[in-house]
Design a protein around this ligand. Structure first.
Ligand SMILES: Cc1ncc(COP(=O)(O)O)c(C=O)c1O
Length: 423
């Protein structure tokens, strides 16, 4: 699509080789609004990646932007460590009123460092402290972040190897459907817990994503999640739901575990909680688990006040109206599902299956290399979509929840053309 080659020289010479997403999308982005990003030449790209799920309400959302600009103009506190501020008070009150109370969720709110992985680190520390045990069970193909504690409960071999030291005290178990439904749920896990000879140190906690985003859009069934909650309860293990990518309405309801009717002991939230792409994270847990000493998990950027302002505006705008947001997301999800069903009918040999919930979908290709070709061709045609899965075999779709049905349709048509063009 780009006519003049973009000037990427400073990125290629000065920026570290660790850069990654820019390799999939070799242009220089300049502006973004709603469901579209624009490069320096003004070429528009429909964004079905949304900052890895951190822009559920679209780019530069007008309502959130107004709240942010108003706060900057009145010299509202920008940096405040974890001091009490007006913006934090308003966020906490709004979160309590619109999210926790209507769902009967008995959580206290912790602000860890602003990244998802820091929320996971805090959750793991707290679980280990509460139970006085070290082992945490995670699942095959899980992704929980890139710092050492989070990597120890992450599946991906390349990312784990980056740690450079042994990753200890994490034990992987099969995620839902990992064994193709041939084995009853939790047979292996339960057996290891019961058998004094199994070698499994009794875990402090289990950490799970209800839909594995980086792991290839693997969707856990509600009954599997209920079975897991029950297993944790019966065996005195805390259940941590990592809702960093799938929370904030991505799967429909505000929290992705609502559909299963479970109440995790600890929940991590990040990415779209600020709604504007500003870094912000939460760890939620019941009062009995609030065992922290003051400052025991500390950090300079635990009080990102501009993020509290946009987070409050996002909750007021999209979550004050009961189930309206969830209904809209489900309707758009149906639109995606129908388009993907047609794509599968057209390419039965190339596509293994598609899967998803709400507005997160994945298309698994028979040949993993094809997924990268489809993502690359989509970029050429003006659509941003990434790959995920252990072999990057899945094209992952994460459009903004606020996308119009017409834009959604346009993106799905580009995707279908990209699949056809790469046959
Ligand atoms: C489920 C989950 N947990 C944790 C993280 C880590 O978040 P961050 O990249 O902000 O550290 C991610 C990031 O993709 C994620 O998807």
């Amino acid at each position: 699509m780009t006519l003049t080659p973009p000037d990427l020289s400073v990125f290629e010479t000065l920026e570290s080789e660790v850069r990654s997403y820019c390799r999939s999308w070799p242009t220089v982005f300049d502006r973004a609004q709603g469901s579209r990003m624009y490069d320096e030449d003004g070429h528009p790209y429909l964004d079905f990646f949304t900052g890895a799920g951190s822009l559920n309400y679209g780019h530069n959302n007008q309502v959130l932007k107004r709240a942010l600009l108003d706060n900057l103009e009145r010299d509202g506190v920008t940096h405040g460590l974890d001091m009490s501020t007006t913006a934090k008070r308003t966020f906490l009150e709004t979160f309590q009123h619109l999210i926790l109370r209507p769902r009967d969720l008995p959580y206290k709110v912790m602000f860890p460092g602003p990244t998802g992985t820091n929320a996971v680190e805090a959750a793991l520390k707290l679980a280990r402290k509460a139970k006085g045990r070290q082992t945490v069970v995670s699942f095959t193909n899980a992704f929980h972040g890139m710092s050492l504690g989070s990597l120890a409960v992450t599946g991906n071999a390349l990312k784990r190897a980056g740690a450079g030291i042994p990753l200890a005290h994490g034990t992987p178990m099969p995620f839902d459907n990992y064994l193709g439904g041939r084995v009853p749920d939790f047979l292996w896990f339960e057996r290891l817990l019961q058998d004094q000879g199994s070698g499994l140190d009794h875990p402090a906690a289990v950490i799970v994503e209800t839909v594995q985003g980086e792991g290839g859009i693997n969707v856990a069934r509600p009954q599997w999640l209920r079975g897991l909650a029950d297993l944790c309860h019966r065996n005195d293990m805390l259940l941590i739901v990592d809702d960093i990518q799938m929370g904030c309405g991505r799967t429909g309801p505000f929290f992705s575990f609502e559909e299963a009717g479970i109440t995790p002991d600890i929940v991590t939230v990040s990415k779209s909680i600020s709604g504007y792409g500003l870094p912000m994270s939460l760890v939620l847990f019941t009062s009995e688990l609030d065992l922290w000493e003051p400052g025991e998990h500390n950090g300079t950027f635990r009080g990102n006040n501009p993020a509290f302002v946009t987070a409050t505006a996002a909750l007021d705008t999209y979550w004050a109206d009961g189930p309206a947001m969830e209904k809209q997301t489900r309707a758009k999800g149906d639109q995606v599902e129908q388009a993907l069903a047609a794509l599968l009918r057209e390419h039965p040999d190339d596509i293994v299956e598609f899967r998803g919930r709400g507005l997160v979908w994945g298309i698994e290709f028979t040949d993993a290399r094809r997924a990268a070709c489809v993502a690359r061709r989509s970029f050429d045609l003006g659509l941003l979509a990434e790959t995920s899965g252990a072999r990057d075999e899945v094209v992952k779709l994460l459009p903004p929840l606020t996308i119009s049905p017409d834009d959604l349709d346009e993106g799905l048509r580009i995707l279908a053309r990209a699949v056809r063009d790469t046959a």
